[in-house]
Design a binder for this molecule. Structure first.
Ligand code: AFD
Ligand code: MN
Ligand code: MN
Length: 431
């Protein structure tokens, strides 16, 4: 196995951090033990945490107005995997990558799988793309893909999704994520009910090609590019479609795909209750689908989502296993730094939620002690679990401080020299 960052450099970084970390860890351990919590259990739990990386996240994103390419951006799927390898090496929290076709379409899927394995990486669910026309494709998606009026465009979109499954099988993926931008931009443009009927008909064709041990993740999104009505705009529609399609179809919650102020943790609770919570695309936003770094705007919301997940895990046991993935767009930061910090923020919410005293919470709820119930959550949220996360990384062979270690490695400067910008390189597009 190869390590993109020199292992000796990581070891040296950790050696320098160790004494301070041990002191902080001991202090936190003492505090938690007075609350009846064994810090060692929490650290072991943190070491099990994993969130997948979106291949398109390692490139600089952009907006509808412009894209400002960064230094040493990956130009093909192999370079994207190299960058993902850095993120995993320094965090040990991101062992899988989610590919996006045709952007990342391999000429030889087996070769790609071996290349990833050599970096210690595997593959998460594969993502189809029918929200833009691809070079040389016969039928346009301008007026929709899985819901298009044109039967040929629909068949083409179904065939593309089935091709994604085929590539994913060789890669070792176990899921297909389907997000379509289909909908309408003007009232009257489409018959709202007929459009959803066509969607379901197309999705049935894809579902039929799904292997037994795969899941199909239906990703809803409130708006954009359809600015009047999006076919799969909300969790209700997503849930109804997942029910129609069958047990292998589940709902995927992208945090940015809701109206501002939507109670996302309640959506999570509802989907978990009815067995349809498939997984997440983590990111953060202030206004719309802003695709900002996870936990950067509203970390309390992220914590409350993980609080629901902890509750569901307690109720449903090992059967409850939603998949976690980041889905962000980095416009002004180094994508590797943003993805490392985000993975750590999601891991932080996971551990904070694990600190919640569930017995006390249930007791306060039963007693209608509203203030104490709220304080029970806040108490866990306010706990700075950074030493637990850093210790988990240290013990897993990652970096105590991933961003500092990455900066010290000079990886970005080297990438800048080795990857001169290439016209028509496999980009992330504007996502
Ligand atoms: C777009 C969508 C959605 C999806 C991603 C990759 O908003 O988040 O997951 O593209 O297909 O950003
Ligand atoms: Mn998404
Ligand atoms: Mn999105």
């Amino acid at each position: 196995m190869s390590t993109p960052i020199n292992a000796a450099l990581v070891a040296e970084h950790n050696a320098k951090a160790q004494a301070n970390l041990e002191a902080d860890y001991a202090a936190l351990g003492g505090m938690l033990s007075r609350r009846g919590i064994d810090i060692e259990k929490m650290t072991a739990l943190a070491q099990t945490f994993a969130v997948a990386l979106p291949s398109w996240g390692v490139g600089t994103g952009g907006t509808r107005f412009a894209r400002f390419p960064g230094k040493g951006e990956p130009r093909n799927v192999f370079e994207k995997l190299d960058d993902c390898g850095v993120i995993h090496q320094l965090t040990k929290a991101t062992p899988n990558v989610s590919l996006h076709f045709p952007w990342d379409k391999p000429t030889d899927a087996r070769e790609l799988r071996d290349y990833a394995a050599n970096l210690g990486l595997g593959f998460d669910s594969v993502n189809s793309n029918t929200f833009q026309d691809q070079a040389g494709q016969a039928h346009t998606y301008k007026y929709g893909s899985l819901t298009a009026q044109s039967a040929q465009a629909r068949a083409q979109a179904v065939a593309h999704n089935i091709e994604c499954i085929e590539i994913g099988k060789t890669l070792g993926s176990k899921g297909l994520t389907v997000w379509v931008g289909d909908g309408s931009n003007f009232p009257g443009q489409a018959n709202l009910r007929a459009q959803l009927e066509r969607y379901l008909d197309s999705m049935r064709g894809i579902y039929a090609a799904l292997p037994e041990d795969w899941l199909m993740y239906i990703e809803h999104k409130l708006f954009e590019p359809a600015f009047y009505a999006t076919t799969i705009a909300d969790w209700g529609t997503s849930f109804a479609c997942a029910q129609e399609l069958g047990a292998k179809a589940k709902c995927l919650v992208d945090l940015g795909h809701h109206a501002p102020n939507t109670n996302i943790e309640m959506i999570v609770a509802r989907l978990a209750q009815f067995g349809k919570l498939g997984g997440f695309h983590f990111n953060d936003s202030k206004y719309g689908d802003d695709d900002l770094d996870s936990g950067s705007i509203n970390p309390f919301q992220l914590f409350l989502i993980f609080n629901e997940l902890a509750d569901a895990a307690q109720r449903d046991g090992g059967a409850f296993k939603p998949s976690y993935m980041l889905d962000q767009s980095h416009n002004v930061t180094d994508p590797i730094e943003s993805l490392m910090s985000s993975a750590v923020e999601v891991q932080r919410a996971f551990i904070q939620a694990s600190l919640v005293d569930r017995a006390a919470l249930a007791h306060h709820q039963e007693a209608n002690d509203v203030l104490q119930a709220a304080q029970t959550l806040k108490h866990a949220f306010r706990t700075d679990v950074s030493p637990i996360l850093a210790m988990a990384r240290l013990r897993s062979g990652a970096a105590a401080d991933p961003v500092a270690c990455y900066r010290a490695s000079g990886y970005r400067e080297q990438a800048g020299a080795q990857r001169p910008p290439k016209a028509g390189a496999s980009g992330s597009g504007i996502v």
